[in-house]
Design a protein around this ligand. Structure first.
Ligand SMILES: Cc1cc2nc3c(=O)[nH]c(=O)nc-3n(C[C@H](O)[C@H](O)[C@H](O)COP(=O)(O)OP(=O)(O)OC[C@H]3O[C@@H](n4cnc5c(N)ncnc54)[C@H](O)[C@@H]3O)c2cc1C
Length: 471
């Protein structure tokens, strides 16, 4: 048993007496299943996995960890696992997936969401009331980790970052106190968590604002990859005049030659444009017409119910070993796009399954009163690459392709990067202004002075090198 000495065994016994099978010790029982993150690139091997069902059980788990001198990593789904999180050896993993209740208050257009819930669960609870949450491109990403890193999705150019829609939350502090944080109560904690990550407290419940939305005009269009340059340049031009009701992305996708990819796509590559347009269908159709006029071989754009929005991007739902990285760009123009295209098919070989540009701007670039540590995206476009690492050789090839993408877009890199899209370790200075980073470190020193919590967004600091880069 790594990290658990006899000094703490009694406390562990108490924890087990209370939570039973929901406390899993390394190498025993169901530990080998519950330790796994959605992102299988991490072979995370915590000393103990605790799956709490209430804030009280989180308090107990933190009390055990403090007594044992162990760090605590919190996960809803493990979509944020990977190199940025680092390894969990000797730590307690608080796995929140038993806490996933979602209660919608239609009058206030607000949902109370437990910290293990996913965006598809929020969508399912909100839809009967004609409401929707500001989720992202994947149905089963967790609400908690998503908003802690900012949160961008298909409604973002109209409504802004999801972190701005967090009205308040309940959390357990590393010292075991249960607190409520919002604009008036624990305002520094409220500010820090909305973009600053999981380095301050264990969130147990979030209050998130919903927006009125029953349906949107959304889907994807595909062209043979040989058309990538003309389609993506046309899309870039189109985005310049697109209204804030339209949030879209353009990608080069290489579908792997594996059985569960549908036959027409298997082993083939495409240029893809996808996204959603809000408002009356007739206007949305008119808006997307210039893209449709490029003659896609597949076109699924149609009016879809709001919960279907998170299926548009074809993100994998089953666990996969993924390595990704993404960058915020300022002044993204046709030269920048040519540079990006020069490291992707059909021009270059790439180990990335997707090389993507997302159109941001609109409400994503407007600061809002009372916003958190990340309230905007500091450029009108982001680029991202993702590949699968099923072997060390594949991992090496994906890393090399991500390096190439990073280099190709470096001249257009924005000053501040976006936490949720950064899949590989980066200094905290890249995400926050100097003043905000200093404030985040002060907030951490107040709420987690012993650095009990192990976040996938290390804040680093002088004299705190152990925190960055993650081991
Ligand atoms: C397939 C895929 C699609 C994605 N699409 C988008 C997208 O469209 N838009 C976007 O903005 N991002 C997107 N992301 C990035 C995603 O938002 C981040 O990886 C996010 O951290 C995942 O949150 P999670 O809760 O599911 O993951 P987890 O790995 O469970 O959590 C991530 C981190 O959040 C913190 N955390 C989680 N729960 C708690 C808690 N209860 N208390 C304290 N800290 C906590 C921890 O530090 C943890 O390491 C995507 C990622 C993937 C893999």
């Amino acid at each position: 048993m790594t990290g658990i000495g006899t000094r703490t065994a009694a406390t562990l016994l108490e924890l087990r007496a209370w939570l039973g099978e929901h406390v899993s010790i390394r190498g025993e029982g169901n530990w080998d299943q519950v330790r796994l993150a959605w992102n299988r690139v991490s072979d995370q091997r915590p000393a103990v996995v605790v799956q709490p069902s209430s804030a009280e059980e989180v308090v107990a788990a933190l009390s055990f960890a403090r007594g044992a001198g162990m760090q605590v990593a919190v996960q809803a789904t493990g979509h944020g696992a990977g190199a940025a999180l680092g390894n969990l050896d000797g730590q307690v993993l608080l796995q929140m997936s038993r806490m996933r209740q979602v209660v919608v208050d239609p009058g206030r257009r607000r949902a109370q969401v437990e910290a293990g819930a996913t965006w598809e669960e929020v969508a399912a609870a909100a839809a009967p009331h004609g409401l929707a949450g500001l989720g992202g491109s994947s149905p089963n990403v967790g609400v908690a980790g998503f908003v802690l890193g900012g949160g961008v999705g298909w409604l973002s150019r109209r409504y802004g970052l999801s972190a701005n829609a967090v009205a308040g939350f309940e959390a357990v502090l590393p010292d075991g106190r249960v607190v409520r944080a919002d604009r008036d109560t624990e305002p520094d904690l409220y500010w820090a968590v909305r973009g600053g990550g999981g380095a301050f407290a264990v969130i147990t419940r979030l209050d998130i604002d919903l927006v009125p939305l029953e349906s949107a005009y959304g889907g994807f269009m595909m062209w043979p990859v040989e058309r990538a340059a003309d389609v993506l340049h046309a899309w870039l031009e189109w985005t310049r005049g697109a209204s804030e009701d339209a949030t879209t992305s353009a990608r080069i996708m290489q579908f792997p030659p594996i059985p569960h990819v549908p036959e027409p796509l298997r082993g083939r590559s495409f240029a893809v444009i996808d996204g959603a347009i809000l408002g009356p269908e007739v206007d949305a159709r008119r808006a997307i017409e210039p893209i449709r006029a490029l003659g896609p071989v597949t076109d699924t754009f149609t009016t879809i119910p709001a919960p279907a929005l998170n299926g548009i991007h074809l993100d994998p739902e089953d666990p996969v070993p993924a390595i990704h990285d993404g960058f915020v760009l300022s002044r993204f123009n046709h030269d920048a796009l040519d540079s990006l295209l020069s490291v992707a098919p059909p021009i270059a070989r790439s180990a990335l399954l997707a090389t993507e540009v997302r159109h941001c701007g609109g409400a994503l670039s407007r600061p809002t009163f009372g916003q958190g540590a990340v309230g905007t995206i500091a450029g009108d476009y982001t680029v991202m690459g993702v590949g699968m690492a099923r072997s060390p050789e594949m991992a090496q090839a994906v890393e090399a392709s991500l390096d190439a993408l990073s280099q190709a877009t470096l001249p257009w890199r924005a000053e501040r990067q976006f936490p949720n899209f950064a899949g590989r370790p980066r200094p905290a200075e890249q995400f926050f202004t100097a003043a905000d980073l200093a404030r985040l470190r002060r907030v951490r020193a107040t709420y987690d002075p012993d650095q009990v919590l192990h976040s996938n967004r290390p804040l680093g600091s002088r004299g705190d090198e152990a925190d960055y880069p993650p081991s």
